[in-house]
Design a protein around this ligand. Structure first.
Ligand code: ZN
Length: 160
């Protein structure tokens, strides 16, 4: 069975960046199962998987625009320390939930001074090329319930 819309696809994958560092991997875990054609996978990877069959192995390089997007400078902001209230031990790398024009957003602290805190709302992988080494382990038809929910049930998928 070939990968097409409304099929459930299981893959093992390893994600690395341009520097060859491993960012994520299914190694040692169940394969990742996703419902093809429903926006559950990064667009640039999903497009390359279409038409493949179980057993295929491929390397996919995804441009930022087909991955987590380009870095948006407007999401980097200097916030007065007073906005953090009484919190005194704010450090680089801490994450906060912030309110933005697009709704709740996770920001990470990237710089701290006596007067202000710089926060970045970009996804950590924004602006990066993504390299996926993928092995397709299974392709099957989705159940009616999975199609109605828009995601996979059972091993490697959602449970409810
Ligand atoms: Zn469901």
């Amino acid at each position: 069975m070939r990968i097409a819309d409304d099929r459930v696809v299981s893959i093992h994958y390893t994600l690395t960046n341009d520097a060859g560092e491993t960012l994520d991997s299914s190694e040692g875990r169940d394969p990742l199962a996703y419902l093809h054609g429903h926006g559950n996978l990064i667009a640039g990877l999903e497009a390359e998987l279409a038409g493949r069959v179980a057993g295929d192995k491929l390397d996919v390089r995804v441009e930022p625009r087909d991955g987590y997007g380009e870095v948006d400078p407007s999401l980097v902001q200097e916030v007065p320390r007073s906005a953090f209230g009484e919190a005194s031990d704010i450090r680089v790398g801490m994450r906060f939930q912030a309110q933005s024009q697009r709704g709740p957003q996770v920001v990470v602290v990237t710089a701290v001074s006596n007067e202000s805190i710089r926060v970045d709302g970009n996804h950590p992988l924004a602006g990066q090329h993504l390299h996926f080494a993928v092995e397709i382990t299974e392709v099957r038809a989705a159940t009616d319930e999975e199609l109605a929910h828009g995601h996979v049930h059972g091993a490697g998928g959602h449970h409810h």
